[in-house]
Design a protein around this ligand. Structure first.
Ligand SMILES: NC(=O)c1ccc[n+]([C@@H]2O[C@H](COP(=O)([O-])OP(=O)(O)OC[C@H]3O[C@@H](n4cnc5c(N)ncnc54)[C@H](OP(=O)(O)O)[C@@H]3O)[C@@H](O)[C@H]2O)c1
Length: 301
């Protein structure tokens, strides 16, 4: 399997990258999408050394910049004729203030959702060429809402609201894409939402304020966190299982309980066609990218 992982330089993405790189006698190829050349190179060296898998590469992309998303898409198409899986994972978590992106957007909305929307739409053609059944795994959590009249959160900003708004948008996107593929393309690509059942001890711990850090350390001592490696082990089957099992999960919002993937009940608002169309229109508009618009138009034909 050839698997693209956004945010593979830290946290959950790195855990999944490491586990997949080692699985099946180092058979899988991993492409890490990261925003820093230095950290990207170091991560690739670390994974190669730890797993003895040489098939690890880096695509540079700062997801706060749509022009870099366009470059990353072009770069991926230049080097790869197919992809088997994408992990939609990179995300901004804690932030003390709202730092608008160069595209004048809310940072959580752009990094955690919109840049992934553009990336994914432009890579679907590569996933369709997978001989194992292309698959997209969205790192999502329950809860949250979209602030339709304040999507860029210029009012009432709080980082948690931003994180959750993006989660809702990602869950809506996976449902839209699943419905579209079912309707017009059969089982070529699966779109799966997954909520990790326990909090993962990630780089977020280094970014949060002192008070939150102390609280997290207490919770860790009580066994309330899992490591990024354990996170990787839990999630790996979603990327490597046979197409027949994977496609049964498409369009679903899953978690893991008692060693099994189980479906969670999705919020009716997420599945609402009118709201999905609204989010789709807004997303295409905000990407402001000719090729993305052309791809998106095919979905409405
Ligand atoms: N931790 C949990 O328990 C948990 C639970 C459920 C969902 N999540 C979600 O999981 C995702 C990953 O979070 P994490 O906890 O693993 O945090 P993390 O350790 O901070 O990892 C975040 C990853 O996203 C990347 N990233 C952030 N901003 C970026 C940008 N502008 N451009 C490109 N990449 C960017 C980071 O790159 P750098 O390495 O360069 O910083 C890093 O690789 C997030 O979407 C989060 O909401 C986390």
């Amino acid at each position: 399997m050839k698997i693209l992982i956004t945010g593979g330089t830290n946290g959950m993405g790195k855990g999944v990258a490491k586990v997949l790189a080692e699985l099946d006698n180092q058979h899988h190829e991993i492409i890490v999408l990261g925003r820093s050349q230095q950290l990207g190179d170091a991560t690739i060296e670390e994974i190669k050394n730890a797993t003895k898998n040489p098939k690890i590469s880096l695509i540079l992309c700062d997801l706060t910049k749509l022009r870099e998303v366009r470059n990353a898409i072009d770069e991926i198409h230049k080097h790869h004729t197919f992809l088997d899986a994408i992990f939609i994972n990179a995300g901004l978590g804690y932030a003390a203030t709202r730092v608008e992106t160069e595209d004048r957007m809310d940072p959580h909305f752009q990094v955690n959702y919109l840049s992934h929307f553009m990336l994914l739409l432009n890579l679907l053609a590569l996933l369709e060429k997978s001989s194992h059944g292309g698959r997209v795994v969205f790192n999502v959590t329950r809860g949250g809402e979209i602030f339709w009249d304040n999507i860029q959160m210029t009012r009432n900003w709080h980082y948690e609201k931003g994180v959750h708004q993006a989660m809702v948008a990602k869950r809506m996107l996976l449902s839209i894409l699943h419905k579209y593929y079912q309707r017009s393309k059969g089982s070529k690509v699966a779109f799966i939402g997954f909520e990790i059942p326990k909090t993962v001890w990630t780089n977020q711990i280094n970014l949060i304020p002192r008070g939150m850090k102390i609280m997290a350390s207490i919770m860790k001592s009580l066994g309330m966190f899992i490591s990024i490696d354990d996170c990787g082990k839990i999630m790996a089957p979603l990327f490597t299982e046979p197409q027949i099992d994977n496609y049964k999960k498409s369009g679903k919002f899953l978690t893991r309980k008692k060693n099994r993937f189980v479906e969670m009940t999705e919020d009716p608002k997420i599945l609402n066609s009118d709201l999905q169309k609204k989010l789709w229109r807004i997303s295409v508009e905000l990407c402001n990218d000719k090729i993305t618009r052309e791809i998106a138009e095919k979905f409405t034909q």
